[in-house]
Structure formats: C-alpha cells, structure tokens
Design a protein around this ligand. Sequence first.
Ligand SMILES: [Zn+2]
Length: 345
Amino acid sequence: MFRKALLILTVFFLAISVLPAENTVNVTAFADELDVQLYWDPLTGSCMFEKNGHSVSFRTGEEIALFDYATFAMIEAPTVKKGSLFISSDFADKIQGLFDAQSNESLFKVGAILIDPGHGGKDPGAVAEHTINGKKVTVCEKDITLAASKKLYSQLQKEYPDKKIVLTRSDDRYLSLEERVSIANSLSLAPDEAVLYLSIHVNSAFDKKAAGFEVWYLSPGYRRTVISEDEVDDASLRNILNSMMEEEYTTESILIAKYIQDGLNLEIGDKVPNRGIKQEEWFVVRNANMPSVLVELGFVSNPAEAALMVDDAYLNKMVSGIYNGLVAFVTHFEQSRGFTGLQER
Ligand SMILES: [Zn+2]
C-alpha cells in the first residue's frame, strides 16, 4: 500500500521535473530518480545529495559544488523557482557520474589519532585536596589526563598498527596551546587520510556536588581556514568552500563526541552522571584543521569522583569507554567518506 503511494508520488515528481526550464533539472525528482537522499535547507540555501556515504554539497546562487568533501567543481548556480530547486543538466550529469562510479572508489581512512593530555609541568590544571582511604591526597588534573591518555594510546596502538597514534606529551611537561596545535597540524599523511584530535581534561567546580563526564565538540560558529590560497585563489569561492568544509568537520566532530559519550556511558554511566554533549570554541582545537573533541572525565572538586579517578580500575573503565567510542567512530568513518584533501574535479 505504502510503497504504491510512494511510487505514484515519484511518478508525479518526475512528470513535473523536466517542465520548468530548458537544461535544468528539478532536484527533488532527480534525487528520486537516482535514489539518493536529498537535504535542502531553503533558509540557508544549503543542499546535499547523499548515498552510501558519498555526497555532493552545493548552495543556491553559488557557482561551486563540493564532491565527497574532497573535490570541487565549477557549476551553473542552482536556482529556486516557485519553491522548487533547479540545477543545470550539466551539473546533474556530474552528480550522476559520482554516484555511478562510487563502487570503484577507494575509501577514506583515519590516518592518525592525536591524543592530547590536558595541562602538564608547571600547569597542573584543576587541583583539589581530598582524604582518600584515610590519607591526604592532592589530586591534579594533569596527572589524571596523562594516565588516561597513555592507557588510551597503548590500546589504540594495539588496535591500529597501521595508523599513527600520537601523544602530544608522554610525561609531566608543560606544552603551550600553540605547541599542541602545531603538533596536530604538522602530522603528514596521505591525501585520503584524516586526523582525529582528542583532548582529555578533568573538570572542577565550586559546587562540590557537581559530578559526571561530558564531551565537547568544536562550535560551528568558528570559521577556520581549511582551504588555502594555493588551492583556490578566488577569495569568495574560497570562503564558500571553507564554510562547506567547516560544516563537514562539525558534523564529524559531533559524531565522534556522540560515540565517545555512548562509550563512556556504558562503562561509567552507572556510577556518575552523563552530562551530555556540549559545544564551544576552545583554542586547543580551533586552530587544528581536523574534527576534534574534548572529553572532561569528571570533577576533581567532587570528593567521591576524585577518589574514583585516582583509582586504576576506574581509570581503565573510563579509557575503555573512550576507546570503544573511538573505534566505533573509526569503523563508521572508514566505511563512509572522508574530509581530507581538496582537488578540483
Ligand atoms: Zn583542563
């Protein structure tokens, strides 16, 4: 019943699709014809076709399209007529070409995972004094972040011998934020390889009852320059491409954040609150040209949670949570597309 109704609807769309103008194609009907998913936000003009992890992004009124977030092409600007979106038949052919050829294309890979233990050396991060098992203990953020990061590092190295797993620091040393970012940006990888950036921190609050873990991702409001002048010399085109790429980095960052949050929730969600996914612009990652998240493991200011975080068994559980989330993301990512280099088609 339902299928028949859909079919009739498709036929109806097809019938009206070719009518309006010469050499243009109605995107709704075109999406049905190709059996691809269509996303269109009439407010911003953003539009995307997606199928099996491959995508074509473009905007109304803009003469550029982005294929799989990896290559771009100059097109006739898509237009809106009577509430329907139209693209040139030339552009439609290019799109069809992408979805036809997709099975032979090589898949994108995560080439490196960069783990950044927050603080270190002269910068202890959040500090709290607690009595744990009858002993007075000074609990420092920099020690917890390093211990967790090193455990995560060795687990990831074991799982992914072919990927670069990198720690920004492996001992108690001070690194400026700029130094962390430059380590992130200096990793050399193949054009089809991406880097994931994971920063690990510990929270603190005046309210000693505040507790739980949270995962942050980069705010979409911050526009990084991901495409340089060498790649695209027209400034306005570069701006459009940059904001399209930025949307992609943000989407992937939210996805990693979600996987890690789920992973942590399975491991420690029965002991401490899950504070959810948050978004902000932090310096550590906003200059890194890669999808990035920051994990706050728990509150050092909360006596019970501080005692948990200095316990090795609990630390292992937290690390397992992050590890499982990352592995789930990498699996998802490597089965879909990437967001690495950029070339003109
Ligand atoms: Zn911190």
